[in-house]
Design a protein around this ligand. Sequence first.
Ligand code: NAD
Ligand code: UGA
Length: 467
Amino acid sequence: MEVSRICCIGAGYVGGPTMAIIAKHCPTVKVTVVDISQSQIDKWNSNNLPIYEPGLEEVVFECRGKNLFFSTDVDNVIRDSEIIFVSVNTPTKKFGIGAGKAADLKYWDIVARNIAKVANGPKVVVEKSTLPVRTAQSMAKVLHANDRKIHFEILSNPEFLAEGTAIHDLTYPDRILIGGNPTESGQKAVGQLEWIYRHWVDDKKILRTNLWSSELSKLVANAFLAQRISSINSISAVCERTGADVDEVARAVGMDSRIGPKFLKSSVGFGGSCFQKDILNLVYLCESLGLPEVAAYWEQVIIMNDYQKRRFSRQIVKCLFNTVSGKKITLLGFAFKKDTGDTRESASIYIAKQLLEERARISIFDPQVDPGQIDQDFLEYSILPTELKSGERVDQLVTKETDVYAACENSHAICIMTEWDMFRTLDFPRIFSRMEKPAFIFDGRNILKHDELRKIGFNVFAIGKAS
Ligand code: NAD
Ligand code: UGA
């Protein structure tokens, strides 16, 4: 069952950390991560890694050059590897059939065709990306449409890591899920992948299923997690109108061991590259299967999340006397959660857009997000209303600060968008003294001490709490 050479196609948030952890725990296995992006690979080979993830640098610096390599030589690395993980992006399709819901499998398809073209012997191909159910079947068709009679075995091995805690999640996974064909060669491939994980994961945590259960379980796990957040966020609206406190309710409900305490933190809305994309993918699947009631059930999780974001920006406008036009509003945090520089689908993006539509001036501070990334997001998400797109006007409306106190200076309102620990210990009397009055704080993460802020003089609005 031993394996000596593996690779991963796609050196992103999943491919990089996952392979680094495999390299660390399997010193006899040569692990190569490949990507079509030269700049991405250059960063993985530098001292300035392309993603921020606590603990990642230590692992990469320990293994790189020994049994962990980063390369753009995709074809040769495919030929050299026994197991090929594929971890390319699978975003929501923006065009044509299924636009706005189905997964865009373009990158995945290109990779499959390339493996079929360049492979010179049998390979195990592992789905690491999150994919629609039965992708393995399409993959098998593409891979086996070669005239060299090469055999490919496809496995599904979805990844459950969360950003910000990736190294911990990979080191101590709740489970490793491996879906494979029931055939002899299918089970042999499952055994090879198990051999890798057994280097550091207890046997009891390795779960074997059929391919379709594995593919579907990944979508369902994300849907369940997101559903919990939308559920507590829906209750936050009830709390604000009744005097109940959403954190107290979450605690009381979560202490029921059948419900459990995790993923019940009310917020301005979940973000990240996957929850929305994967639920939409599930919704599309259900619609395609002729199950409209099931599709509508899961779509409501997204509808509730959009409602939560819109509710937050409306609250800001309402509290600031129904006009934010020309007022400076500071967004503290632009990443979709703490301990990552990732901004994909961050709630901040939507709140910035909604406030700019109201003609507010926005100031943004995030300890990890590169200002260039914020510019890119503004473009990609079409954040600026059309009539405000001229360069000069944009600079007057949006400022990106590298100092948190400068970001808050002369501000009318501060919004906590990301739960970075550093925001808990800011010098709020200092901030208050340099703000416009009346000064407002909107705590979109419920991480601040609201009574103390009120004593300083702030007007405080917090999700799911009486104002
Ligand atoms: P990412 O965008 O960070 O990385 C994908 C990488 O694939 C990019 O660097 C891109 O250049 C590369 N790529 C695209 N086409 C390629 C090709 N033809 N050849 C070589 N490289 C190519 O994406 P990600 O966040 O790592 O997500 C990857 C997959 O894993 C997605 O399906 C996602 O749903 C899933 N996933 C993500 C997370 C997460 O926390 N980000 C967690 C679990 C699962
Ligand atoms: C999520 C899942 O947790 C991972 O298991 C999964 O592998 C991954 O998606 C994926 O498939 O991409 P991630 O999106 O990185 O991981 O981060 P989460 O910790 O799940 O947070 C997602 C969003 O929900 C963040 O915006 C976070 O702030 C928000 N959240 C989370 C809440 O608002 N409340 C909570 O109680 C928990």
